[in-house]
Design a protein around this ligand. Structure first.
Ligand code: SF4
Length: 424
């Protein structure tokens, strides 16, 4: 880890005394990319693979806790999909146990004023990204469309393929959209001053700590990883097994099945295809759009040919930058490409609880399975079917890619290095 100026890294920190120079982090990072500061994409996979616990997320949980006791502040928290299937690891639950309502109960007990679901922000992302895909297909422009919800992938593009930056979706990530809506529409609805609102996201991801630094208006104030939330709960002597389950608050508290699938590699693609079909054909997609077996494989690259009714497209899903580097030019032959940094997507994120090497595959697979199983129970499986999404477009955003939607939900540049020219 010697080459990385970790002090300037928004996502990661190192405890020097614990480091035994074993090189495990180098090994991990080499399989992703390299250990030079300018190459670091902040995914935090090195945290999960350090046997000494010398690498950690950069902690913000004490600041968040202090805000919870500031009577002037309204502290709003949103929970990413992959957290609810991993947090149980620290409290003796079976791998992958789905603990959504328990988690909400724990966050309310901690004192958060509102507890929302990032699956709502994910549904917004689907609405905007599906429209963007349809627009690009119709104009035959900037294809393939690359997803933009993984900040490490965005950093990778900036570092190595700035020439192709126009292929990246202009959509903010689900948490970027969620934060923007909390500090605008939600604040207005509740007659709150946005400056009194502190927005917190619980994520499986350390890279999101860097992502929120690029937002000029700071719609998101803090990102806490799953592992940080565990620390906070333990410091407060809270055990999830003793928590009364509760439901998310409204109006940013309900996602469709599509939103839930964002937690796993391939999920964003399935979600976008369902809504893109609807936009192109004016009717619900056929049954096969609700389970693409080839997109649910565990491999680091998967693909499908998809009949969208009026057009047939090729989609690709990749995780891990070793694989992306190997096939970058090949990816350009697709129409839609989803990339995630972490193994199997966010379920394997660098901010999830640290496991032994032997446990990792078992637990990450259990988390994926848990999300897919839970999605079967959702009556609304498409983002456009989510009533809260319908409401917000009707009352505030008008329609996907409207001027209002562009103002709040899109970045003119998905670029941290060029943050000064970010015109949002
Ligand atoms: Fe974060 Fe998910 Fe990307 Fe990993 S795959 S860096 S957890 S967004």
């Amino acid at each position: 880890m010697g080459k990385v100026n970790i002090e300037e890294n928004f996502s990661l920190q190192r405890i020097h005394e614990r480091c035994i120079d074993c090189g495990a982090c180098l090994q991990t990072c080499t399989s992703l990319h390299s250990l030079k500061e300018e190459d670091c994409v902040h995914c935090g996979q090195c945290i999960l693979n350090c046997p000494m616990g010398a690498l950690q997320p950069k902690y913000n949980y004490k600041e968040v806790f202090a805000n919870l006791h500031d009577e002037e502040k309204i502290v709003v928290v949103s929970v990413a999909p992959a957290v609810r299937v991993a947090i149980g690891d620290a409290f003796g639950y079976a791998p992958g146990e789905f603990l959504e309502e328990t988690l909400v109960g724990a966050l309310k007990t901690l004192g958060f004023s509102y507890v929302f679901d990032v699956t709502f922000g994910a549904d917004l992302t689907v609405m905007e990204e599906a429209r963007e895909l349809v627009n690009r297909l119709q104009e035959n422009k900037n294809l393939p469309l690359f997803t933009s919800c993984c900040p490490s992938w965005v950093l990778f593009m900036e570092n190595y393929h700035l020439e192709d930056i126009d292929h990246l979706s202009t959509c903010k990530s689900p948490i970027g959209m969620q934060g923007a809506i909390i500090k605008s529409y939600f604040a207005e609805m509740k007659h709150l001053n946005p400056q009194d609102i502190v927005t917190v996201t619980i994520a499986p991801c350390v890279s999101k700590k860097t992502e929120i630094q690029k937002e000029k208006e700071r719609d998101n104030d803090y990102v806490l990883t799953t592992s940080e939330l565990i620390l906070l709960l333990r410091e407060q002597s809270m055990d999830l097994k003793e928590i009364e389950p509760q439901k998310f608050d409204s109006i940013l508290g309900r996602g469709s099945g599509s939103g839930l699938l964002f937690g796993t590699s391939g999920g964003v693609t399935e979600a976008v295809l369902r809504t893109a079909y609807y936009f192109l054909n004016g009717k619900k997609a056929p049954e096969n759009f609700f389970h693409f077996p080839s997109l649910r494989e565990k491999t680091s690259f998967k693909e499908a040919v998809v009949d969208l009714g009026v057009v047939t497209i090729r989609v690709a899903v990749v995780f891990g930058f070793h694989r992306v580097k190997q096939m970058y030019e090949e990816l350009k032959h697709y129409h839609f490409v989803e990339v995630m940094a972490c193994p199997n997507g966010c379920v394997g994120g660098g901010g999830q609880p640290v496991l032994t090497k032997q446990q990792q595959e078992l637990y990450v697979n259990a988390r994926r399975k848990s999300l897919y199983e839970k999605e079967k129970d959702y009556l609304k499986k498409c983002s456009y079917e989510n009533e809260e999404i319908e409401t917000i477009y009707k009352e505030f955003l008008k329609e996907p890619f409207s001027e209002q939607a562009k103002k709040y939900l899109h970045s003119s540049r998905n670029c941290i290095k060029m943050k000064d020219s970010c015109g949002r």
